[in-house]
Design a protein around this ligand. Sequence first.
Ligand code: FEC
Length: 288
Amino acid sequence: MTGVLCMAYGAPADTAGIEPYFTHIRGGRPPSPQALAGLVERYRAIGGSPLDRITRTQARALGQRLGMAALVGMKHSTPMIEEAAGQASAAGITNLVGLPLAPHFAQMSLGGYESRLRAAWPGNLIMVRGFYNHPAFIAAVRGLLRESLAEFSADRIFFTAHSLPRRILDEGDPYVDQLLESCRLVTAGQTLPAWEFAFQSASTTGEPWLGPDLLEAISDSGSRRPLICPIGFVADHLEILFDIDIEARQFARERGLDLRRTRSFNDHPDFVEALAQVVIGAIESTSS
Ligand code: FEC
């Protein structure tokens, strides 16, 4: 039997879960009390992360569309990827499609999902390594932009994605190239305001992270009505609801700018359809 394992970053279920979650992200090193307090405050400000719930909703919709079992496995919360692999076995799945819910390949992101799943899954595995240039994904992003631009006369679009340590460039990671290619494909042949790409949500880990940072880019551009399109993310979570909706909005308000963003896909039918096409394509490419 074929089934799909939708994998996502994961989120703490409640305030008590923030410390173990943060420690897991940091590879088992507990955060300093100050860093922990800062994170607790960010989760409080957004009323807790909806990411795990949304991931389950996305998987349910995809399973229905494909007529296939679709499970969820998280990188940093439960059910973790390893536990989900066990659930897939118990459900009688022998042929598993591993689908990280992130469009762009970075070793630290999609590579991490893949290595964890390979170590835990003994059966046949069809691994999806991103969908940054899939026509259905590109069309779905265009739909989000069209929807926002119909009600907001943006003077500049800022596509964004999660920043990563800058050393990934020396390691030949395709992440940045794939992000820029997604932006080019989305904007090609469209009548749109000027656009640029920026990174968001860099961590403070003592090493440089990829830039330009979103806030710096907004400030340097002179834009008065920036529209943020977080093309690297597919759901509402802390990086959207805090970093854009609270932090970037406040930054904009202080400068008299009207900042908006495209809505997140969550379980938007166009996105679910894009995922379905990605999965069907991956299955077909291994059976031909
Ligand atoms: O809503 C939620 O609760 C989850 C929000 C969330 C998403 C997310 C996506 C990615 N991250 C990636 C890499 C890193 C690296 C570090 C790191 C740190 C954090 C912290 C929180 C956090 N991340 Fe995250 N990330 C989310 C949440 N992330 C919270 C810790 C506090 C902070 O630094 O702000 C640095 C680890 C270290 O300190 O050693 C690296 C990548 C993604 C993109 C998507 C993916 O699925 O991989 C890559 C959503």
